[in-house]
Design a protein around this ligand. Sequence first.
Ligand code: SF4
Length: 56
Amino acid sequence: MAHVISNECISCGTCEGECPVGAISQGDGKYEINADTCIDCGACAGACPVGAISEG
Ligand code: SF4
């Protein structure tokens, strides 16, 4: 499994710098998590100001 970013994302970019494995990148209209890279550590979820990141 991997964490996922919902449409609540406001593209602030805060989570990108929190991910220890570089799984987060800016996508089309919102940020996205690469499911193949994500190790499910949860670091990004706590950093999101709008609570858009959850366990997939
Ligand atoms: Fe990166 Fe951890 Fe978030 Fe996965 S759960 S995207 S590894 S910060």
